[in-house]
Design a protein around this ligand. Structure first.
Ligand code: CP
Length: 296
C-alpha cells in the first residue's frame, strides 16, 4: 500500500488489518519511537481541526517529526506555485504527505508526482478515507462487526465527502443504506451507482423520523454551505434528543464533526451519541495508518 487516496485503495482485509492494529494501539496505549527519524508533512489548503491535529498527534506518538502548513496563504501557493510543484518540493523534506485540498481530485493529482506515500485528508466533496477508517472502527467497536448493518446517512450527502467514503466502504460489507436528505442534498449519481454496483440495498427518505426505527447507525453530517451553488438553501432540521425518542435503544449516532445546527447539543447526553468517542478513535486509527504506510 503506497497511497490512501480513496477508501477503495484498501481491500476489505486491509481495512480489517488497519482496524485490528488500531485496536491494539488503543488498548495498549502505544507510544514510542518506532518511526523516529521519519517526518510527516501536513499540507492543509483548507481549514481543519481533527484531521490535521490527530495526524500530528499520531505521528508524534510514534516518534515522528511533523512539518507543514495549515494556511496556504503562508505558503508559496500564495505566490502562484502549483500543487504538483509543491508536492515535488515537500517530498524531499518528508517521508509521507497528508494533503487536504478544496478541489476534488487534488489528492490524485498530487499522488501522480509524489515519490513518498500520500494520504488524502479530504479533497473537496469527493473523499475522506481516513475519516472512514475511524468511522468503521467506531462502528465495529460498538457492534463487534461491520457486516450487514442498517445505516442511515442524514445531512448534506451531495457535498459532504465523509458520508461518500463511508457509503462506499459499507456497501462492501453488505450494509443496507438509507440516504436521508432533501432532493438537493441527496448523493451524486456516481456515488449512488458505485454503491448499488456493489450489491448494497439502498433507499431514500427526506427526514430521519421516517426511517429511524429501522436503523443501527445514524450518520449525521453538516451542510457544506461553502460548496453550495448560490441561491441553494435546503432545510436540514436538527436531530434532537426528542427525535431520538423514536429510535432504537442500540442506535449509534455518529457525526464526523464539526457540527453546526444539524445535530442538537442535547443529543450529547444521550447514550446513543457516539461522535466524541468516534473522534477520539481518529488518533489510534491514524497511528495504524502511519505504521502501515511507513513500517518496514
Ligand atoms: N472530520 C474532519 O475532517 O474534521 P476537520 O475538518 O476538522 O479535519
Amino acid at each position: 500500500m503506497k497511497n490512501i487516496l480513496s477508501i477503495d485503495d484498501l481491500a476489505n482485509d486491509e481495512i480489517s488489518a488497519v482496524l485490528d492494529n488500531a485496536a491494539r494501539i488503543k488498548s495498549e496505549g502505544v507510544r514510542g519511537t518506532e518511526l523516529a527519524g521519519r517526518i510527516a508533512a501536513l499540507l492543509f489548503f483548507e481549514p481543519s481541526t481533527r484531521t490535521r491535529l490527530s495526524f500530528a498527534s499520531a505521528a508524534q506518538r510514534l516518534g515522528m517529526g511533523v512539518i507543514g502548513f495549515d494556511d496556504p496563504a503562508t505558503s508559496s501557493a500564495a505566490k502562484g506555485e502549483s500543487l504538483t510543484d509543491t508536492i515535488q518540493v515537500v517530498q524531499t523534506y518528508a517521508d509521507l504527505i497528508v494533503l487536504r485540498h478544496p478541489r476534488a481530485g487534488a489528492a490524485h493529482e498530487a499522488a501522480g508526482v509524489a515519490a513518498v506515500p500520500l494520504v488524502n485528508g479530504g479533497d473537496g466533496g469527493r473523499e475522506h478515507p481516513t475519516q472512514t477508517l475511524y468511522d468503521l472502527f467506531t462502528v465495529r467497536e460498538r457492534f463487534g462487526r461491520l457486516d450487514g448493518l442498517r445505516v442511515g446517512f442524514y445531512g448534506d450527502l451531495r457535498f459532504g465527502r465523509a458520508a461518500n467514503s463511508l457509503a462506499l466502504a459499507l456497501s462492501r460489507f453488505g450494509a443496507e443504506l438509507t440516504w436521508i436528505a432533501p432532493a438537493d442534498l441527496q448523493p451524486a449519481e456516481e456515488v449512488v451507482a458505485a454503491v448499488r454496483g456493489r450489491g448494497a440495498a439502498t433507499a431514500t427518505a427526506e427526514r430521519p423520523a421516517e426511517v429511524l426505527s429501522g436503523l443501527d447507525v445514524l450518520y449525521v453530517s453538516r451542510p457544506q454551505r461553502e460548496r453550495w451553488p448560490a441561491a441553494m438553501a435546503p432545510e436540514l432540521p436538527p436531530v434532537t434528543r426528542e427525535l431520538l425518542g423514536r429510535a432504537p435503544e442500540q442506535l449509534l449516532v455518529l457525526h464526523p464533526l464539526p457540527r453546526t445546527d444539524e445535530l442538537a447539543v442535547d443529543v450529547d447526553a444521550d447514550p446513543r451519541a457516539g461522535y466524541f468517542q468516534q473522534v477520539a478513535n481518529g488518533v489510534p486509527v491514524r497511528m495504524a495508518v502511519l505504521r502501515q504506510l511507513l513500517a518496514g
